[in-house]
Design a protein around this ligand. Structure first.
Ligand SMILES: [Zn+2]
Length: 324
């Protein structure tokens, strides 16, 4: 199971979202450990926070394509990736190259020498010719160059920089649950040319509303975020606020683990390596085995499969124009 709850505060320029990934998160971890390559708990926590954050950011901007969150650097975790499609299907993986110290946080995992970065990529689904993915990159340190220990701080920074939106983000994950709470200030209507239409004291009042609600959100502990159900959590935090909730998004309409890998895609990738390269592997190992880093699926190509791969006509009809 996994669920996403959206809410607003009546009459206030503030909106929020709460995501909880439960059985779908455990499935991700189970697949990883079944493939014999389980991550350290610290890496689970990072990936879970990234998955939760990715779902929140994707449903916040409703981008028609994939939102890819990457954290990479010079620590034992070389790369961590969370990808969330526009239908909220998510998947995660990491490349771990060294021992992750117990209790390691962002700095000890990816930012040992200050080289760590967080990249947010928006990859459009139906790319027009020449269209490229948009990517924003932020460093893993604060304004005074202090290394940040929490992914939420990095992403708050990113959203302020890229979208000029004040955002409060609280993330937590363990081996059971990955969860996140997002509170965001909405642009006040009447800004810009219509500035005078919003009286000053009203504006101050609306700013205060965001600050108050963000402050309340900030009192949420990691433990509460991981253990409380959505109803209890939202009531506990915002019982004095004019909270209006929308129907939760769950099941097929909500966030869920889906891997987009397929035998056909692996075939296309092998083809791009060239016949010579693949024949070399066949000679050496008898067959080609490709594992998916995201879901642990294994794809095998024996000499017959490889022969078919390179002789089968391309699916693209001749003369038609490629759109991706
Ligand atoms: Zn896969």
């Amino acid at each position: 199971m996994a669920e996403l709850h959206k809410f607003i505060f009546d009459g206030l320029p503030v909106r929020g979202m709460l995501v909880r990934l439960t059985s779908s998160w455990r499935e991700v971890l189970a697949r990883r450990s079944n493939s014999g390559d389980a991550f350290a708990p610290e890496v689970h926590a990072l990936l879970g926070e990234m998955a939760a954050a990715g779902v929140l950011m994707q449903s916040n901007i409703r981008f028609n394509g994939a939102l890819v969150l990457q954290v990479y650097g010079d620590g034992p975790v070389k790369l961590a990736v969370a990808e969330v499609q526009d239908d909220l299907a998510f998947r995660v993986t990491a490349k771990v190259v060294g021992e992750v110290p117990e209790g390691a946080r962002l700095e000890a995992m990816v930012n040992l020498h200050g080289q760590g970065r967080c990249a947010i990529t928006l990859d459009p689904k139906d790319k027009r010719a020449g269209q490229q993915a948009y990517q924003g990159v932020v460093a893993l340190h604060g304004d005074r160059r202090e290394p940040l220990q929490q992914l939420s701080e990095v992403l708050e920074h990113y959203m302020l920089q890229s979208e000029q939106l004040d955002t409060r983000l609280i993330l937590a994950a363990n081996d059971e649950v990955a969860a996140g709470l997002l509170i965001q200030r909405l642009p006040v209507q009447g800004a810009g040319n219509l500035e005078t239409a919003v009286r000053n004291e009203d504006r101050i009042g609306l700013d205060e509303a965001y600050r108050r609600i963000a402050l309340l959100a900030g009192t949420l502990t990691r433990d509460e975020l991981l253990t409380l159900d959505a109803d209890t959590l939202l009531r506990r935090l915002f019982w004095e606020e004019p909270l209006r909730r929308f129907a939760p998004m769950q099941g097929e309409a909500g966030p869920r683990f889906v891997c987009s890998c397929s035998r056909a895609r692996v075939g296309t990738m092998l083809k791009s390596l060239g016949r010579e390269e693949i024949d070399g592997i066949i000679t050496e190992q008898g067959r080609v085995e490709i594992g998916c880093d995201f879901c642990g699926a294994k794809y095998h190509f024996d000499p017959v499969d490889v022969g078919e791969l390179f002789t089968a006509p391309s699916k693209q009809a001749p003369g038609s124009t490629a759109t991706h």
